[in-house]
Design a protein around this ligand. Structure first.
Ligand code: CP
Length: 295
């Protein structure tokens, strides 16, 4: 049974195939390849993009989708996550899409081997579908040529599951990475790093900005994010006439992560990331629910 707990579940060949499928789906919508499939979503944390994107992707492929709202489920009566999952799996879905605040939940449920688990974001550890759609967007922006492309990841890296999965994926495909953050947001890493955005502006091709993951801070880290923004917000002044692509997984904290002007400029790929997310998730669903079960 093939799961997607994190990007390491896929080989480079599988990643290439998924990104190729996503590109072809973006050019021409495929037939309803998953019309006999049923998917359940189980989101214990809020989501705008990922949940809707998975639903659109599933429907575009003809799959049925059922959402369980944990806030109105029997987890409120003390049912464990494992029991909730086992009961959903007993209904015979072809996969469960999970978002949860704890890092190891996708792996724990995957190890039960009841139905494929697709990780839609767990703790600060993994958000593999976001990393894959970000890689797709970078490849698309650079016409499929990643040679010598340099990426800076800027912001609350240590608390970001997007950064965590992206670092693993981008290393795997050989992208040059620099981490940019104040010490409070910098993870332990052997990657290049700096606390000054100015250090990388002339050398990178793409900046991936991240919001402060306030919901994961045990106590407030910065009292005033306007002060933080003076150093880390991506503004027109900062970019000047440089040829930079600006990305962000969302939700964007406007004028703290990225200024309004940059967000609405041609340099921003932020809504392209969302558009691409549907095609990449279609390709991931096809891979896990169809291709991996072909034999
Ligand atoms: N990028 C992302 O995970 O957004 P949502 O939290 O809205 O799903």
């Amino acid at each position: 049974m093939q799961h997607l707990v994190d990007v390491d579940n896929f080989t480079l060949d599988e990643i290439d195939k998924i990104l190729d499928d996503a590109k072809s789906f973006k050019t021409k919508l495929p037939p309803k390849l998953l019309s006999d499939k049923l998917i359940i979503t189980l989101f214990f944390e809020a989501s705008t993009r990922t949940r809707s994107s998975f639903e659109v992707a599933a429907k575009r492929l003809g799959a049925s989708i059922v959402h369980l709202d944990p806030g109105k489920s029997s987890t409120k009566k003390g049912e464990t996550l494992e029991d909730t999952f086992a009961n959903l799996a007993a209904m015979g879905p072809n996969g469960v899409i999970l978002r949860h605040s704890q890092n190891d939940t996708a792996e724990i449920l995957a190890n039960m081997e009841l139905t494929p688990i697709i990780n839609a974001g767990t703790g600060n550890y993994a958000h593999p579908t976001q990393a894959l759609l970000d890689l797709f967007t970078i490849k698309e922006h650079f016409n499929n040529n990643l040679d010598n492309k340099k990426i800076a990841i800027v912001g609350d890296i240590v608390n970001s599951r997007v950064a965590s999965s992206s670092i693993r994926l981008f290393k795997k495909v050989g992208l040059d990475l620099t981490l940019v953050a104040p010490k409070e947001f910098m993870p332990k890493s052997n990657l290049k790093s700096t606390d000054k955005l100015e250090d990388v502006l002339d050398s990178v091709d793409t900046i991936i900005s991240l919001r402060a993951q306030l919901e994961r801070h045990k106590k407030p880290i910065f009292e005033d994010y306007n002060q933080y923004a003076k150093h880390y917000c991506i503004t027109e002044d900062m970019i000047s006439n440089r040829d930079l692509a600006i990305m962000h997984p969302g939700p964007v904290m406007r004028n703290i992560d990225i200024s309004d002007e940059v967000l609405s400029s041609e340099k921003s790929l932020v809504l392209k990331q969302v558009t691409n997310g549907v095609f990449v998730r279609m390709a991931i669903l096809k891979h896990l629910l169809l291709d991996c079960n072909a034999n």
